[in-house]
Write a protein that binds this ligand. Sequence first.
Ligand code: 6PG
Length: 464
Amino acid sequence: MQLGVIGLGTMGANLARNAASHGIAVSVFNRTREKTDAFIASHGGEGKFTPSISLGEFCKSLKRTRVILLMVQAGSAVDAVCNELTEYLDDGDIIIDGGNSLYRDTERRITEMAEKGIAFIGMGVSGGEEGARKGPSMMPGGEMKAVCEVLPLLQSMAAQDGLGGACVTHIGSGGSGHFVKMVHNGIEYAVMQLIAEIYDVLRTIGGYTDQQLAETFTAWNTLPELQSFLVEITGEIFQAKDEKSGKALLEMIGDTGGQKGTGKWTVAAAMEYGVPVPSITAAVEARILSSSKTLRAEGKQFPHVIDIHDPLPRPMKLRSLSASALELGVLLAYHQGFSLIKAASDAEGWKLDLSEIARIWRGGCIVRSHALWMFQDMYTGKSSGGREAFLHRIRGERQLDLRRIVGIGVSRGLAFSGLYASLGYLDALHRDRLPQSLVLAQRDFFGAHGFPRTDKEGVFHGAW
Ligand code: 6PG
């Protein structure tokens, strides 16, 4: 097998090494030649690499049908490389965009490239640096024929799902691969925010030391309820020291969150398809708020009235309440993400298989977790087992624990946007009658916008 990789940044270089480690002959090219030289100097001995100094030479080094993996920055760079590539490619060649491109751009590129006889696949790749090197989760979307052609190659590079399968599948047509990866990232944002809030409870209210936090998250990662990549690395983060100051590294890290855009896109898509994703929205907003320096400086002057007199649970009790709250928050974040994928799939006619998406997220990707076995089962539609398990996990004491943690954080002034949004989602979905009726009445009162009635079909007006 043969593969061409364009873009030797962290992800591109590691995917090239991953492919080579599976015996695939890999042609590599980077816009700046020094990067290609440095890559070959460091990794040239790891496999069969062919470096090129021009795109023309790079394309010549590949046999037809050429398969080219683009790992360049999402946005105009993808268009620029595609345009240049078309000069050298032949009918039927395949370009895979493995960056975090916006799915609408991917759809446009599929059409543009198809006009030139080139198949374009938009592929989400998750797993960060290590995943790219050792086995990521891959979400290719586009024309079935082209995806099936590259599937054996991708299967050899992908992570394992734990049951002998590879964490890659043909997601669906059009931009669905990048859409699913975008929602994966939205869930990633939510889970990270929820973990951060739980860390805040344990540290600020429970007085947990770094060592206790490390021990807590490490222990949680052994429980099926919480086992996940993000919980695992959080346990490790608390143990890391800053070489310069000797302090905990986390203490030396600023608190102004950054983002590249996939979280915001998820929220925008959710608005477009009319799907509530409050936990994801809260996570995106928490990042925006944290980096709003002027606003935070102003807000620091606002009066802050908190109630620190209500009794607090003992540290170990706080820990078990926190575990349940985190578990529920994460389950609800997945639920929001899958609901968004389902709505987009229906609206776009993608016919996406949610169960298969849960399966390929079980390994390699950032949101991999034990809970995804349950979601996989829940979305097969073959039995009620998965759904029963899901309902079981959000009922009883666990739900009360989420309420208790939210109550404790709210009364003591912690900024709990993610946990609070997750609970609000659960409560709103549960209500038989939401107070939106009043909003509808107000709209009709001032603008004669009309309202539905509970007793008959149609649009009505009040005699306000
Ligand atoms: C992954 C990640 C990755 C993403 C980073 C940073 O699945 O490997 O989602 O694709 O780029 O996590 O994203 P933000 O900069 O938006 O936090």
